[in-house]
Write a protein that binds this ligand. Structure first.
Ligand code: G6P
Length: 610
């Protein structure tokens, strides 16, 4: 979603801003803009579409300035066009602002400002902020104070950056609900909504918290709460390397991230397995293990792919800990007055750690007194910082919008939490040890699956023109069916549905004909024979079958048009393997359709609005 980058220093800000915006492209956006102070005037250049379009436009203007802020916009209020793109100006073009988030009371504020003579140029909610700040400037306040006063009147979420002609020595930033990071350089400072935009320049960062504002100068910064208390912020070190957010020789980030899984999965459990004790050790949960083990109930809350990981977690935790588990969409949880008690543990899963619904649900759960834990990938993200305790999945930055390696790493972490808790309840040492042994073998098994890439690509070739797809699985592989279908629809725009295999008879079977491909996730496990019966049912209606299985079986080979044979493991870990061929299948179908798999239409990597 919307991205923010800014620079104040001695170099020309333009290349830094453009490079920063390109590093944020993965978040999803539809227009972009920059604002600079140059020759005693404020200049704003905006364009619809890609950052490269903006870049060409800037080149034609030959601008150079040591002060600049830039934005990628993902439209919420007002269509994606140049006028609605940020930065937004005040009436006399001396003040310009970029904003991530949503101003909920913008209609009231807009009417009030209009009644005082303010004219609006765009349809955005964001524009009210610039006029509101202008109003407080006109009352004689300096920029930092005017921003504070303005934000006190605002309801909603924001990450903002503001430039002002009369105070060109500072960028003023503020945060509530949308991330904002200051990057500390040598006689130059940076701002961004995502550390990925900064790491080419500095690893020293300061994370603003909700309700904080800061004036960022080239050689220092001053932070306050919006209620005017001065605060000392800690400078933190970011450990992400530039190559982790580069595509390298891969055609797409998504393919790179799929291929990285043997390593990313290993990173998720490295140093966390206690072989002799048959359990795991999770630094972020130390001191909370017993409290979790004594929970009356575990609730898992997430969105999208992370929600699918949560469903697998439900199977794991219920099977091995015996604690009842519920999985909730974060957006539903926060609005339906959920019953939460102090004896509940709530796991919030989020790759980005910034998903607005998940963050809000977490705050609500905290208010109700439950133990709130985060499972995040992005280090320092809002959800990670907001949770009492938690576990990083350590998958490394994920840039492709369609989540792949984060999903498999989330499953690993859920397995680690499961054995940690189950060993405190009734999982035996021997059983704990055997799970750990199997987990240790997973990276090598993923490598074997990745060797099937050409085979899967050949299968994908046959289905480029399919209009619909059905994904079916049972037990642990039902959530994988949902995830396989999600991957396909996200990047190939083919309609796809995931179902528990047995549910097919209650509706989806009506869709099956010779044009309808069905992907069966059918490893040789305790429900294999049941899945075979479902395959028979599809076959009897001339449906086309792709089967993911663990062993060659002459019966299945005959029934399925295509089989993808993968290594076996224990049931609880099987989804980590079965997800991989489905990622590759979706990837190849989308590439063959000529689509932009890394930035699919309408989607955003990190959904920071409700
Ligand atoms: C967006 C992304 C999905 C992701 C979901 C939840 O919709 O496109 O890939 O699964 O948000 O994101 P999170 O960062 O909270 O896991």
């Amino acid at each position: 979603m919307c991205g923010i980058v800014g620079y104040i220093g001695e170099r020309n800000s333009i290349p830094i801003l453009i490079e920063g915006l390109k590093r944020l492209e993965y978040r999803g956006y539809d227009s972009a803009g920059v604002g600079v102070i140059i020759d005693n005037t404020c200049k704003v250049i905006k364009s619809k579409g890609k950052v490269s379009v903006l870049e060409d436009k800037i080149k034609k203007n030959y601008i150079s300035s040591p002060f600049g802020i830039a934005h990628t916009r993902w439209a919420t209020h007002g269509e994606p066009n140049e006028i609605n793109a940020h930065p937004h100006f005040n009436g006399d073009n001396t003040l310009f602002l970029i904003h991530n988030g949503i101003i909920e009371n913008f209609t009231v504020l807009k009417k009030e400002l209009q009644s005082k003579g303010y004219e609006f140029r765009s349809e955005t909610d964001s524009e009210v902020l610039v006029h509101l700040i202008d109003r407080f400037l006109k009352k004689g306040n300096n920029l930092l104070e005017a921003v504070r006063y303005a934000l006190n009147e605002v309801q909603g979420t924001y990450g903002i950056a503001v430039g002002y002609l009369n105070e060109p020595d500072k960028i003023v930033v503020a945060k509530k609900g949308s991330p904002l990071v200051i990057g500390i350089g040598d006689n130059e400072n940076f701002i961004a909504s995502d550390v990925n935009a900064l790491i080419a320049h500095t690893s020293q960062v300061v994370y603003l918290e909700d309700g904080e504002v800061a004036a960022v100068y080239k050689d220092r910064f001053e932070a306050k709460t919006i209620d005017d208390e001065l605060i000392q912020k800690e400078i933190e070190e970011v450990t992400i390397e530039l190559n982790e957010i580069s595509r390298g020789d891969y055609k797409h980030f998504m393919l790179k991230e799929i291929m990285e899984q043997p390593q990313s999965v290993k990173n998720s459990f490295r140093g966390r397995l206690l072989y002799e004790e048959g359990t795991s050790k999770l630094g972020g949960l130390v001191g909370y293990e017993q409290r979790i083990a004594e929970s009356d109930r575990i609730i898992i809350c997430a969105c999208g792919t992370s929600w699918h990981a949560g469903l697998v977690g439900e199977y794991m935790l219920e099977q091995f800990t015996g604690i009842p588990v519920e999985v909730e969409y974060a957006s539903e949880f926060r609005y339906r007055n959920p019953i939460v008690t102090k004896k509940d543990t709530i796991l919030f899963i989020s790759q980005s750690g910034e998903t607005a619904d998940t963050l809000a649900a977490m705050k609500e759960a905290k208010r109700r007194g439950a133990l709130v834990l985060g499972i995040c990938n992005a280090v320092g993200s809002s959800i990670a910082r907001e949770s009492k305790a938690g576990v990083y999945i350590h998958a490394g930055p994920e840039i492709g919008v369609a989540s792949t390696k984060a999903f498999t790493s989330q499953l690993v972490v859920l397995a680690l939490i499961t054995i940690l808790i189950a060993r405190r309840r009734n999982l035996s040492l021997i059983d704990g040890q055997s799970i750990i042994r199997e987990l240790d073998l997973i990276p090598e098994k993923i490598s074997q699956i990745l060797e099937l890439n050409d085979h899967i690509e050949a299968i994908a070739e046959k289905f480029v023109n399919a209009k619909n797809f059905l994904y079916l699985g049972r037990g642990y592989n039902f959530p994988v069916a949902l995830e396989g279908a999600l991957k396909l629809k996200e990047i190939s725009y083919i309609h796809a549905e995931g179902y528990p295999a047995a549910e097919m008879k209650h509706g989806p079977i009506a869709l099956i004909d010779e044009n309808m491909p069905t992907v069966f996730i059918a490893p040789k496990d305790s429900v294999y024979d049941k899945v075979l019966s479902n395959i028979e049912e599809v076959n009897a209606r001339n449906g086309k079958i792709i089967a993911i299985t663990t062993e060659s079986d002459s019966h299945l080979d005959e029934m399925a048009e295509f089989t993808i044979q993968i290594p076996n493991t224990i049931r609880m870990l099987m989804p980590i393997l079965t997800a991989v061929p489905l990622q590759l299948l979706a990837y190849h179908i989308a590439v063959k359709k000529g689509l932009n798999v890394d930035q699919p239409r309408n989607l955003a990597k990190s959904v920071t609005v409700e």
